[in-house]
Design a protein around this ligand. Structure first.
Ligand code: IMP
Ligand code: MG
Length: 191
């Protein structure tokens, strides 16, 4: 059989965060948000596509408040290295003026993406703006960033699963796993 068609993907290294760990942590984050926003009349979860989709839809199931959701499509990455250049491919639709916005991303790596988007959103005068990320590679930050809601801190591995990808592959895994980059290169980059 073609190795590229096997599942789980052959380039998976080890499972770092299990499905159950994710479920428990996401529930706790949702409960925390529910209690922190008791007095909010306009709560918006604003996800960054595409990596935050699975996290966002699970998270909002645990937000026991009226809320709305919106998305932005941004890109900063080609392969496994951040370019530091963040492009807004598609903007959110909601007018966020006076809204309590929680920016939701899958993973903070260098921090450039969230730093840039955050700056842009603040110009639009939300009532408040907080950052929620499922994963944080703290050792890789290149900008100073406050993360208000963080799922898990992870070491400097390239990871896939639960929405995260390597060149669009791996998003559908229900857990977070490291990528065996040597294997990956052999399989997809002929190297
Ligand atoms: P940053 O701008 O360097 O913080 O990069 C953030 C974006 O890069 C994330 O939203 C992801 O899309 C992507 N990224 C960073 N690290 C990983 C990883 O280990 N796996 C998958 N995507 C990643
Ligand atoms: Mg992303």
């Amino acid at each position: 059989m073609n190795a590229n068609l096997s599942f789980p993907y052959e380039f998976i290294g080890e499972v770092l965060i299990t499905q159950q760990d994710i479920e428990e942590r996401v529930r706790a984050l949702g409960e925390q948000i529910t209690s922190d926003y008791q007095n909010s009349e306009k709560l918006l979860l604003l996800g960054l596509l595409r990596g935050s989709v699975m996290f966002m839809t699970d998270l909002m199931r645990h937000v026991r408040r009226p809320m709305t959701m919106d998305f932005m499509l941004v890109s900063s990455y080609a392969g496994t290295e951040s370019s530091g250049f963040v492009r807004i491919d598609s903007d959110h639709k909601t007018n966020i003026h006076d809204w309590d916005v929680i920016l939701v991303d899958d993973i903070i790596d260098t921090g450039y993406t969230v730093y840039t988007v955050r700056k842009l959103l603040l110009e639009r005068k939300p009532r408040s703006l907080k950052v929620c990320a499922l994963l944080d590679k703290k050792a890789r930050h290149k900008v100073d960033l406050g993360i208000d809601y963080c799922g898990f801190e992870i070491p400097d591995y390239f990871v896939v699963g639960y929405g995260l990808d390597i060149d669009e592959k791996g998003r559908n895994l229900p857990y977070i796993a490291s990528v065996d980059l040597e294997k990956y290169k052999k399989m997809y980059l002929n190297g």
